[in-house]
Ligand binder design. Structure first.
Ligand code: KIV
Length: 273
């Protein structure tokens, strides 16, 4: 009789234990189908609130709701088996108080079955991170460029280009780690600052537009696939999916116009003729 070993999903603790070992690999996912393609290759999948821009064409992540995150979180859980699934807390669902954050995070975890949530913010969110971790919710932090703060940051600007900015950002990273986050995204910060943060915190740093020396890297899937219309400068394109879609659609249009579709082999004849 064949014995199947059940596939064990990675946990927040597995990711935390990867600090100083092999680089952690992660991509965003919003659909079951893409999640199932990515799942065997990544350590964790992030259902990022970037879905507001990628899937819905919003200019920022601000309009994204808890219901949107839960719906896509479900899809990614259904499509994946082994990767840890982390779901972003959207703007307005956690900032008002630790209690509000707990209610939102508990809803995400109960309704999707995901293994962790992510929230933006450093020192100002430390008490909330501790409140959640103490109550059984694994939290991934997010420091540096925090897109939900775009209206107070004045745009998607690289952080820490001037050394005077470093102490605040380093303090943010330390506060997130000390509050019990199992890992943190370090987004859009000057390279040497990302290296410094990675050296100084005990939990893994996941870089995006930061440094190759971070403990892991994450990209928005559609950006690296060549599907997004606009991508940040640092993104390497690993494919030309927009070009492939264009090619396939053009082929379909030509077939329809030339009445080559559906091809004769696949039209259904009447029974008995
Ligand atoms: O929402 C998102 O996709 C993110 C990544 C850019 C880290 O937060």
């Amino acid at each position: 009789m064949s014995q199947h070993k059940p596939i064990r999903r990675k946990t927040a603790l597995d990711i935390q234990a990867m600090k100083g070992r092999d680089p952690i690999v992660s991509l965003t996912a919003y659909h079951a189908h893409t999640a199932s393609i990515l799942d065997p290759h990544v350590d964790f999948l992030l259902v990022g609130d970037s879905l507001g821009m990628v899937m819905h064409g919003f200019e920022t992540t601000i309009p994204v709701t808890l219901d949107m995150m839960i719906l896509q979180g479900h899809a990614v859980m259904r499509g994946s088996k082994q990767a840890l699934v982390v779901i972003d807390m959207p703007f307005g669902s956690y900032e008002a108080s630790p209690e509000e954050a707990f209610r939102s995070a508990a809803r995400i975890m109960k309704e999707t079955g995901c293994g962790a949530i992510k929230m933006e913010g450093g020192t100002r969110m430390a008490d909330t991170i501790r409140f959640l971790v103490d109550r059984g919710i694994p939290v991934m932090g997010h420091v540096g460029l925090t897109p939900q703060a775009i209206n107070t940051m004045g745009g998607f600007r690289v952080q820490g280009r001037e050394r005077e900015q470093w102490p605040t950002i380093e303090a943010d990273a330390r506060a997130v780690a000390d509050a019990g986050a199992f890992a943190m995204v370090v987004e859009g910060v000057a390279e040497p600052l990302a290296v410094e943060i990675t050296r100084s915190v005990a939990v893994p740093t996941i870089g995006i537009g930061a440094s190759r020396e971070c403990d892991g890297q994450i990209l928005v899937l559609e950006d690296m696939l060549g599907l997004s219309a606009r991508v940040p400068k640092f993104v390497k394109r690993y494919g030309d999916v927009a070009g492939e879609i264009e090619k396939a659609v053009t082929g379909f249009v030509e077939d329809v116009r030339a009445r080559r579709f559906p091809s004769n082999e696949f039209t259904y004849a009447l029974k008995g003729e």
